[in-house]
Design a binder for this molecule. Structure first.
Ligand code: CIR
Length: 253
């Protein structure tokens, strides 16, 4: 059971963040209301939430998943791959210090974004991407192994982060974009491959036996309903415009 969450509200300059989506400029007020719905959904799933105020120094700062990895044993402060995001770690470390005594760090020359990391039980998949380099992935693997976790490194294909195209949703189920269908590390799971026009839905959030999915992906919805999940759909349009998705918006532990 994940009981605690940290999120950060989007700031007025949210649209100044990094994006390659090409979906237009996000509407701030709509992003705020989508963020509020997101927070309410996390609370309904049993999470007690710390909501950090927007930080105008970091327009991407609401994507709190990237500057840290959290586990039941330790928090790991990352070293984000984009220069404009490196400073986000300072305030995230402060926030996590209220909950963790053991805080590890990814150091140079390693770079790593939390969006490249997902956990399947006690195994972590770490994507090697434009944001996460081999040195960062190796450092993370070494840190995780101290706490009894195993890990493997996966080359990220066709998207910003590993989590843009793959998620573990409990009960041995993995959902993946078709670019990962031949990835040997995923073969031991029960794999659901997304329809090619629904790749964005891969970044879904399994939380305390509940599955939160992005609204607007009917085939994926059918796929996960058939797997027996209780689901909530959230409209993520304004975050999608900034290359963000469901998992990016929170740290849950
Ligand atoms: C960025 O490019 O860093 C942000 N605009 C989006 C980050 C999304 N984060 C995530 O997938 N974990």
């Amino acid at each position: 059971m994940l009981k605690t969450g940290i999120v950060r509200r989007p700031g007025k300059n949210f649209a100044d963040g990094l994006t390659e989506a090409g979906l237009g400029t996000p509407i701030f007020e709509l992003a705020l209301s989508q963020h509020e719905n997101y927070c309410e959904t996390l609370k309904k799933c049993g999470v007690s939430l710390t909501i950090l105020e927007a930080d105008l120094d970091y327009p991407d700062g609401n994507f709190v998943e990237d500057p840290a990895i959290v586990t039941e044993h330790c928090a790991i402060i990352t070293r984000p791959g984009a220069d404009s995001r490196k400073g986000e770690v300072v305030k995230i470390k402060e926030a996590l210090s209220n909950f963790y005594t053991v805080i590890e760090e990814i150091t140079a020359p390693g770079t790593l974004d939390g969006g490249d990391v997902f956990r399947a039980e006690n195994h972590f998949f770490i994507g090697i991407s434009n944001r996460t380099n081999k040195a960062g992935a190796e450092l993370l693997s070494a840190i995780l192994s101290k706490y009894g976790f195993t890990s493997s490194h996966i080359p990220v294909k066709g998207a910003l982060h590993l989590k843009s195209g793959a998620a573990y949703i409990g009960k041995n189920n993995i959902v993946i974009d078709s670019v990962y269908k031949d990835q040997p590390e995923f073969k031991k799971y029960n794999v659901t491959v997304l329809a090619d026009n629904e790749s964005y839905a891969a970044d879904c959030l399994y939380l305390n036996n509940h599955l939160i999915i992005a609204k607007g992906y009917p085939k994926f919805k059918e796929q996960v309903l058939a797997l027996g999940y209780e689901i909530t759909e959230l409209n993520m349009s304004e975050f999608q415009k900034m290359d963000g998705a469901l998992t990016c918006l929170s740290l849950l532990f």
